[in-house]
Design a protein around this ligand. Structure first.
Ligand SMILES: [Zn+2]
Length: 72
């Protein structure tokens, strides 16, 4: 299984509200950043308009690949 595209950036340390993000599973401190659109609502299956999309940022642990999601 391949998690990351080759064009993604190098892993970085993440600061959230003045605290360094640590993986909740393994405690690792380096993450790949990825911005995604979440589809919400019943119409999300059929309607691709921006009304049913919500942007989120996820940080994927470099060590164990656990995804930490932040809604923005
Ligand atoms: Zn981890």
């Amino acid at each position: 299984m391949k998690f990351f595209k080759s064009s993604e950036s190098d892993p970085v340390c993440i600061d959230i509200k003045g605290k360094q993000l640590q993986c909740t599973v393994c405690g690792h401190e380096y993450f790949y950043k990825k911005e995604v659109y979440l589809m919400t609502g019943l119409l999300a299956r059929f309607d691709l308009s921006s009304a049913n999309q919500r942007k989120a940022t996820c940080y994927i642990c470099r060590n164990c690949a656990y995804m930490h999601w932040f809604s923005i």
